[in-house]
Design a protein around this ligand. Structure first.
Ligand code: MOS
Length: 687
């Protein structure tokens, strides 16, 4: 239930009627299965497809020697089989198309690829010779910033923290792996795709195959999770379209769980140095955050790891920097709260170290360093309620009276500790279009190329439209998940809700006006209103736009084995107006659970010999299970947001993961007296 409303698609999902991309087999669809590189760097010398082609059911083997030529797009990961270069182990080097998945998989093992292998480098280090400063970060923000005199002020500061924190590569693993069913009809391409953005896939595939945009249609009715991995098309989509072109039949291509670890994108590992210089009362004088991450040699992916440090806390002297090493690894990509999530692990761990060094309570320390203007730019915030989240969280968690001494809490053989960390994420909005129709019998239909990636977007949009139209939700039908519908921004960057609802509200208002103009009479042919928000979004006031939150954790550590349990997590968030409380709670709790997983379990390790990840499936890549997840509570404060469109909503899908790992690591310090600066926190880290 969602605040008294059922999920629009809940019954379809729980009864198995909802069809996901991999469930579709259009007409006589056949299957494409990739052959993946067994070397991490080098060149393909020869592909021998003879034996594979002789297998029953095999229709084609696509190789760099026979693949259709694609037009160049900026993401070289999508330029499948266009050259002989190997950029990472696991890269697609060929593909088999066959009448069944089994036949294609078996034949793929028979494709012999000869390589000329070069030395590879897959391990990030803070002094890697390939490090460079990118021109800018992914979102266009500068790679480095500075104001005041950081070096001088830090040197002179009475209290200093100077520590380095590390986060490992972590891999997106939505329940539904990437899947596409592609078919061509008279030079037009239709894709049933598991994606966060049908318009993005449409644009990129049109460019790759040199098609008119309106000759590509992308349908994504249901998507089983994404977390950023489906924010842009991946190799499966290109392979399905290419294979369908080659064999002249519809083709499905879906990633196996093993494929996910190689080609679905991952969160880059980071090495982060944080320096804090403060007065003895904890007020910051100098703050610097320097981040190192990797990218691939195919694509420059410059994550905004130190970006949160630019706006979290007041300090007159400050600096941030980002450097990247292009290694022989798969291209990293978006993963829930890109940049901010690993970045805030470092900053909020360092703040805890400052609290210990100054003897100031960690909640109080953050309150003392709160700021009402952006500390680098001087901009006003669209709304900023970090302090309210910290105070509300402290109350709900019963933080007051905490004994700050490490190892001061003990229950039986458990060492008990508590920790806090702040959260933040961007609150953005992007132009979208929407159409709303009313029929003569009073049924409303809302159309927008939005996507429900499992968040409940359909339900949220229905409730927004019903409220605006002044009709019961049951009178409103929501049509999303199709690039033919009015153009919309991706379900990503925590900006789907703010962006889509703006267009939907504008269209609803226009429709009501039209109906009023006709004296309340709807013609037999019905009425439609359309809206686009480009001008309004461009005219938004110049404000720093972020959401904020506070996370509290209680941990218990077995005094003998150092086993770590997390009996309690509490998050309080300020995300503008919450449009659908049950859906919001589910996003927060899900993200905090993912943060718990990041804190204690998740890690993809590169093997320097093979160049491959040591983990390829969920047996060796550990994630939090039900038994690990205990009491997770999320709440929010009432926040007025007037600078992000008429719904007043900031996005909330990502902020819930930001700060969770720091709160847990800080609680582990409180419980044990051991500061762990490398994630994940393991029993071995505490021995
Ligand atoms: Mo989110 S990682 O921007 O889909």
């Amino acid at each position: 239930m969602t605040g008294g409303q059922e999920r629009v698609d809940g019954w379809d999902k729980v009864t198995g009627r909802a069809r996901y991309a991999g469930d579709h087999a259009v007409g006589r669809a056949v299957t494409a299965v990739p052959v993946r590189s067994t070397v991490a760097r080098g060149r393909i010398v020869r592909v021998d497809d003879g034996e594979a082609l002789r297998q029953a059911g095999v229709l084609a083997v696509i190789t760099p020697d026979n693949a259709p030529r694609l037009a160049e797009v900026h993401d070289a990961e999508l330029m499948l089989f266009q050259n002989h270069r190997i950029a990472y182990r696991g890269q697609f080097v060929a593909a088999v198309v066959a009448t069944s998945r089994q036949a294609a998989t078996a034949a793929a093992r028979l494709v012999r690829v000869a390589y000329e292998q070069s030395c590879h480098e897959v391990r990030l280090s803070a002094d890697h010779h390939r490090l460079y400063e990118p021109e800018h970060l992914n979102e266009g923000r500068p790679a480095g910033t500075s104001s005041g005199d950081f070096a001088g002020a830090f040197d002179a500061a009475p209290v200093r923290v100077d520590e380095t924190y590390r986060t490992p590569a972590v891999c997106n693993n939505p329940l539904e792996t990437h899947a596409t069913c592609a078919s061509w009809d008279n030079g037009r391409l239709t894709l049933i795709d598991s994606t966060q953005g049908p318009n993005t896939v449409q644009n990129v595939l049109a460019a790759l195959f040199r098609l008119r945009t309106d000759h590509v249609r992308v349908i994504c009715e249901h998507v089983g999770g994404a977390f950023g991995a489906k924010g842009a098309p991946r190799a499966n989509t290109v392979l399905a379209a290419m294979a369908a072109l080659v064999v002249g039949r519809p083709v499905t291509c879906s990633f196996t769980r093993r494929d996910m670890f190689a080609v679905a994108g991952h969160r880059s590992p980071t090495i982060q140095r944080v320096r804090l210089g403060a007065h003895p009362d904890g007020r910051l004088i100098a703050l610097a955050h320097d981040a190192v991450a990797h990218t691939s040699t195919l694509r420059r992916f410059a994550e905004q790891t130190a970006a949160a440090a630019r706006h979290m806390y007041a300090a007159p002297h400050r600096a941030t920097s980002h450097r990247l090493a292009a290694l022989d690894v798969p291209s990293p990509s978006w993963m829930r709260a890109p940049g901010y999530c690993p970045g805030m692990f470092a900053l909020e761990s360092a703040m805890d170290e400052l609290a210990v060094r100054t003897g100031v309570d960690p909640v109080d320390l953050r309150l003392r360093n709160d700021t009402s203007v952006h500390p680098e730019t001087g901009q006003l915030f669209s709304s900023r309620n970090l302090a309210a989240c910290l105070r509300s969280g402290a109350r709900l968690f019963a933080w007051a009276g905490r004994n700050p001494a490490p190892r001061s809490g003990r229950r039986g053989h458990w060492l008990v500790g508590t920790g806090v960390a702040a959260s933040t994420y961007t609150a953005d909005v992007a132009p979208s279009d929407a159409a709303v129709s009313v029929s003569v019998d009073g049924r409303y239909s809302v159309s927008i190329a939005a996507v429900d990636v499992g968040t409940g977007a359909r339900t949220m949009l229905r409730s927004v439209a019903a409220r605006e139209l002044g009709v019961p939700a049951s009178a409103v039908e929501i049509r999303i998940g199709d690039s033919c519908l009015p153009r919309a921004v991706v379900a990503g960057g925590s900006m789907g809700t703010s962006s889509w609802s703006w267009a939907v509200i504008a269209a609803c208002r226009d429709l009501r006006r039209r109906v009023r103009e006709r004296g309340g009479v709807v013609p037999v042919t019905g009425l439609t209103a359309r809206a686009r928000t480009d001008a309004e979004v461009a005219a938004l006031a110049d404000r720093a736009r972020f959401s904020f939150g506070a996370q509290f954790a209680e941990v218990r550590v077995d005094a003998d084995t150092m086993e770590i349990r997390v009996p309690r997590l509490l998050g309080v968030f300020a995300v503008g107006k919450v449009l659908a409380p049950a859906l919001a709670r589910s996003q927060f709790v899900g993200a905090m659970t993912m943060g718990l997983s990041m804190a204690l379990c998740e890690e993809a390790v590169t093997d320097p010999c093979s160049g491959d990840y040591a983990q390829h499936e969920l047996a060796t890549y550990h994630i939090a299970t039900h038994a690990d997840v205990q009491d997770v509570q999320a709440s929010w404060i009432e926040e007025e947001e007037h600078h992000l469109g008429p719904s007043g909503a900031k996005g909330l899908g990502e902020i819930g993961i930001v700060g969770t790992a720091a709160a847990i690591a800080n609680a582990v310090y409180h419980a044990t007296g051991v500061r762990v600066r490398d994630l994940p926190v393991r029993p071995a880290s505490l021995l």
